[in-house]
Write a protein that binds this ligand. Structure first.
Ligand SMILES: [Zn+2]
Length: 249
C-alpha cells in the first residue's frame, strides 16, 4: 500500500505490521543518467518487494537527499550531513510506529554513501522506541548468480552510473536514459571507484578519478538485465520482510 495514495482510513483498516522506507540520493550519475537515479531505484525496489510479499506492506514516500558530498563538484548534486540523515530517518521511523502502528520496517537504500548512517539510524530506532528496523541496500542484496544469464559481463560490477544502475533505469525509466551520451560517459569515466595505492583510497571526491562522473560502462547493461535485477532485488527484499516479521527485537 502506497502511503501517499492511501487515505488514513485505508491505513487504519489495513492494520499492517510492516513497512518499507525508500532512501535515495540526488547526485550526479554521469551525463546519461538522472540525478535522481538512486531515489528511483530505491522506490522501484521497495514497491516491487512490497508487491511480492504475501502480507500487506506499507510503502512510505522516499527520502530524496542523502549523504553524497563526494559528488559535490558535479552540478545539481545535493547532500545532507550523516547526522542529519540519521535524525531525519529516525523521526520518520518513529512516526511509522506511532502514526501507522508499524512494528517492523525495512529501509530500502539506493545509495552507497548512505550505508553507514542508515545502519546507525536503524540501530538507534530499534534500541530506542522506534520499530524494529533493518537497512537493505538493493545492490548489495542482489545475487550476481541470479542475473548472470542476462549480464553482458562475466563479473557484475556496481560502478556508478555504470551497467547495473543504467540497466535498471532502462527497464523502469527508459525515457530518463540519455542513450546518445552513454559512450561519452564511458570514455571520460573510470573503470573503478577511487584512486588506490597499497589498499588506500587517496580520493575523497568522485571528480578526482572520473571526469564524466560515471564508473563502469553504461553502454552495456540491457533492459533485460534491469528486469532481472529488479526481480532479484524484489525477491531478496521479500525474504528480508519475511525474516523481520518472524523475528523479535
Ligand atoms: Zn547510484
Amino acid at each position: 500500500m502506497d502511503l501517499t495514495r492511501a487515505t488514513w482510513t485505508d491505513v487504519r483498516d489495513a492494520d499492517a505490521d510492516r513497512a518499507v522506507l525508500p532512501v535515495g540520493s540526488t547526485e550526479q550519475h554521469g551525463p546519461h543518467a538522472p540525478l535522481g537515479t538512486d531515489t528511483r531505484h530505491a522506490e522501484s525496489v521497495a514497491a516491487a518487494g512490497a508487491e511480492r510479499h504475501d502480507d500487506e506492506v506499507l510503502v512510505a514516500p522516499p527520502v530524496p537527499v542523502g549523504v553524497a558530498e563526494e559528488h559535490r563538484d558535479f552540478d545539481g548534486t545535493l547532500w545532507v550531513a550523516p547526522e542529519t540523515l540519521r535524525t531525519y530517518v529516525g523521526d520518520v521511523l518513529a512516526s511509522l510506529r506511532h502514526g501507522a502502528g508499524v512494528e517492523r520496517v525495512v529501509v530500502v537504500n539506493g545509495h552507497g554513501g548512505n550505508v553507514a548512517a542508515l545502519r546507525e539510524a536503524t540501530a538507534r530506532a530499534t534500541r530506542g522506541d522506534g520499530p524494529y528496523t533493518v537497512p537493505f541496500t538493493w545492490f548489495d542484496s542482489v545475487d550476481a548468480g541470479a542475473v548472470a544469464d542476462v549480464a553482458d559481463h562475466e563479473r557484475v560490477e556496481m560502478g556508478h552510473g555504470g551497467p547495473l544502475e543504467t540497466a535498471l533505469l532502462r527497464h523502469t525509466h527508459p525515457d530518463l536514459v540519455r542513450e546518445d551520451r552513454a559512450a561519452a560517459a564511458r570514455d571520460d569515466g573510470a573503470a573503478r571507484w577511487g584512486e588506490w595505492v597499497a589498499g588506500v583510497n587517496l580520493a575523497y571526491d568522485s571528480d578526482e578519478f572520473t571526469e564524466s562522473g560515471a564508473v563502469g560502462d553504461p553502454t552495456t547493461g540491457s533492459a533485460a538485465l534491469g528486469a532481472a535485477l529488479l526481480d532479484a532485488a524484489a525477491a531478496a527484499l521479500d525474504e528480508v520482510l519475511t525474516a523481520v516479521g518472524a523475528r523479535g527485537r
